[in-house]
Write a protein that binds this ligand. Structure first.
Ligand code: NAD
Length: 453
């Protein structure tokens, strides 16, 4: 038996004991997970520092605080979420009991990505535990140090038979994917997303795919450009642009391009000083492969700000590209790095047309002081999420579903959505063996006399 098969068999066996179903057990596991984040904050931060040069505060802000909030919410609401949900009755069921009963799916496979390794791996795990499942956790091998910390720490805090961790790369993930699961929750790129769905189809396993893509950012002339650009610079350069919902590119009227460049430049200086390479709050590209991929994108575009880089340090400065053409290299795939291309559009309609020509994005940003512009953008486009006049923060609102649509993914999570996503919502109708008279019409023979025709 391979180690992957062993992990799945172990989780399945533990699930079959039934212990993951008890609400007390779920809450105890969630509390243990919460304790991990409190007690091991420095171990977690040290590893992420090595992987992505994230600062301690950055790790808390973008990884652990959100997870602690999700755990707290799940603990507080679990009883309510897991309770039978009465539904409306019709005439035929007026005297029956009709309800939805959320029940665990079984064994969930969670495959994480490297950019926010704790957030994207543990947040689905919180949902899996809350919903009463077992889960095999596969952290991304790309964030080498964090994967090791997860492998070491999780079994010390949570039930290691119900929630085993499997580390490794593509071949280990492929071996996992040959096993049978009851749900697969994958975070990563769309190309691999298709492979995940293909593997899941063999067992008819449902999937949640949290993918990426090019998230557009439209800046209307009628807006406070200084504030808009500060918020966009923050959304773009946090984690060195390696954020699934980072604004990928800007669309704006050519008459405001120079002002946008100036304001983004000012914000870069304010956030990361004149020399971001020595600034503790500025991250690094995860590895040399991604460094080369991003640098290649600069080839046919004009640099307006930044552009300097250092391969030995995986450093690429916060960069703005001006007058970018739709055919430019940087516009052919998700950037996932600190390059911010600006493309000119002459109107809101042209921006909408441009966005609709591409795949449906994970996030769509619109900056305007005019409500009508925001409404028209919302009504005439589609994306996983929509945020007006800010960047990224919709991710932290756990009453909103977070997920993609079309090429940016399927399914959603966060808060109660995680619980529902990883539950089977079983429709239940409980009748009594009485009032048989009302059923006579449905039984054959369907004679006109019986039907009263
Ligand atoms: P990655 O390289 O870490 O891959 C993710 C996981 O897929 C890893 O665990 C890896 O082992 C596995 N994997 C890779 N290749 C595979 C293969 N051929 N077969 C089976 N498994 C394989 O991460 P990535 O894909 O570089 O992550 C970046 C992408 O993820 C971006 O597109 C980003 O937008 C997206 N992302 C989305 C979200 C979201 O919430 N929607 C969050 C973070 C990242």
């Amino acid at each position: 038996m391979s180690k992957e098969q062993q992990a799945v068999a172990c989780a399945r066996k533990a699930f079959e004991t039934g212990r993951s179903k008890s609400l007390e057990h779920r809450i105890r596991q969630l509390k243990n997970l919460q304790r991990l984040f409190i007690e091991k904050q420095s171990v977690i931060s040290d590893a992420i520092k090595k992987d992505l040069n994230k600062s301690v505060v950055g790790t808390q802000l973008y990884e652990t605080l959100g997870l602690e909030g999700e755990i707290g919410l799940a603990i507080k609401k679990l009883k309510e979420w897991a309770a039978p949900r009465p539904v409306e009755k019709n005439l035929m069921t007026i005297s029956d009991t009709v309800y939805i009963k959320p029940e665990p799916l079984g064994v969930v496979l969670i495959i994480g990505a490297w950019n926010y390794p704790w957030a994207v791996t543990i947040q689905p795990l919180i949902g899996a535990i809350a919903a009463g499942n077992a889960a095999v956790v596969k952290p991304s091998e790309v964030c080498v140090h964090t994967a090791k910390v997860m492998e070491d720490l999780l079994p010390l805090y949570i039930d290691k038979e119900l929630y085993p961790v499997v580390t490794g790369g593509v071949s280990e993930t492929q071996e996992l994917l040959r096993q049978r699961f009851d749900h697969i929750f994958y975070t990563g790129n769309s190309v691999v997303g298709k492979l995940i769905m293909e593997a899941a189809a063999k067992h008819l396993t449902p999937v949640t795919l949290e993918l990426g893509g090019k998230s557009p950012c439209y800046i209307d002339r009628n807006c406070d450009i200084t504030i808009a650009c500060r918020r966009i610079a923050w959304g773009k350069y946090t984690n060195c642009g390696q954020t699934c919902i980072a604004p990928d590119y800007i669309l704006c009227d050519s008459s405001i391009q120079d002002q946008v460049i100036e304001e983004v430049k000012k914000a870069i200086k304010e956030f990361y000083t004149d020399n971001p390479q020595t600034c503790p709050d500025y991250g690094r590209i995860i590895n040399q492969r991604h460094f080369k991929r991003i640098i290649n994108m600069l080839e046919d575009s004009t640099i307006a700000v930044g552009g300097d880089n250092d391969e030995s340090d995986c450093y690429i400065a916060p960069t703005v590209l001006r007058d970018v053409k739709p055919e430019a290299k940087v516009m052919q795939e998700e950037i996932f790095g600190p390059l911010l291309p600006i493309l000119s559009v002459s109107s809101l309609d042209e921006a909408i047309k441009f966005i609709n020509k591409g795949e449906k994005p994970l996030a769509l940003y619109v900056f305007s002081s005019d409500k009508e512009v925001i409404t028209r953008m919302a009504d005439n486009t589609s994306s996983g999420g929509l945020l007006a006049n800010d960047c990224l923060v919709h991710f932290s609102v756990n009453s909103l579903p977070f997920g993609g649509v079309g090429n940016s993914g399927m399914g959603c999570y966060h808060g109660k959505y995680s619980f529902d996503q990883l539950s089977h919502l079983r429709g239940c109708l409980i009748k009594q063996l009485k009032m048989e008279g009302v059923n006579s019409m449905r039984y054959p023979p369907h004679t006109p006399k019986k039907l009263g025709w």
